[in-house]
Design a protein around this ligand. Structure first.
Ligand SMILES: CC(C)(COP(=O)(O)OP(=O)(O)OC[C@H]1O[C@@H](n2cnc3c(N)ncnc32)[C@H](O)[C@@H]1OP(=O)(O)O)[C@@H](O)C(=O)NCCC(=O)NCCS
Length: 181
């Protein structure tokens, strides 16, 4: 893994010592639910959703644990129609662990896995006002020297009457050149 020096160095210094990065298991489903509940503006899905993600998509999801407490989580899956695209669904960092580069570091840790060897692009959706999320993905892209393209994706009316914001699609890439073997 040769994430560019500048980003790697900055993140390595910042992230708290003692963090453990690992794949989720079915035992994590409810803890993930509780973390997401504390991380607006993320949509809170059912515990069942997090159980399924942990059971079926563990290879593309990641947990960050500190003193046996889950403080960070990413759900993601390989796009069913594009096997070189990782779609990142939710990124959550507990408020007490924010600002240390943990979100960016979890994305980088995910990309160390052999299961990511064919991935060349990351896609995700972001709300118009989510500055933290946009900055985090920009940082991640920067680490690979990749560009970030944005286009409309899920317009607010698709969400029905719940007053949900638009979700624009960010496409980051190419990210393949710096993958781990
Ligand atoms: C978005 C989130 C995951 C970022 O986690 P994090 O570990 O604090 O992010 P990082 O420390 O890796 O930050 C990456 C960049 O974003 C910046 N950033 C973080 N929070 C920010 C904020 N509220 N406003 C503006 N920039 C912010 C950081 O300063 C950093 O930029 P820098 O390297 O230039 O300093 C976290 O804030 C969170 O869980 N938010 C609630 C849920 C959410 O919105 N998830 C994303 C949608 S998928």
């Amino acid at each position: 893994m040769t994430i560019k020096d500048q980003t790697a160095a900055a993140r390595a210094i910042s992230v708290p010592a003692g963090l453990v990065f690992r794949k989720p298991t079915r035992q994590d489903g409810y803890s993930i639910y509780k973390l997401i509940k504390q991380c607006p503006p993320l949509d809170l899905n059912s515990t069942y959703t997090y159980l399924l993600l942990s059971e079926h998509f563990a290879d593309s999801c990641i947990i960050a644990e500190l003193d046996n407490e889950i403080v960070g989580y990413i759900s993601a899956y390989i796009h069913p129609d594009k096997n070189d695209v990782l779609f990142v669904w939710q990124v959550a960092v507990h408020s007490k662990a924010r600002g240390y580069g943990l979100g960016t570091t979890m994305l980088q840790e995910l990309f160390k896995r052999s299961s990511m060897a064919n991935i060349r692009f990351v896609e995700t959706t972001v709300g118009p006002e989510n500055k933290a999320s946009r900055k985090m993905f920009a940082r991640f892209a920067e680490g690979f020297g990749a560009s970030v393209k944005e286009r409309e994706y899920f317009e607010s009316d698709l969400f029905g009457p719940q007053n949900h914001e638009d979700e624009n699609l960010l496409r980051i890439g190419p990210v393949g050149e710096t993958h781990a073997a």
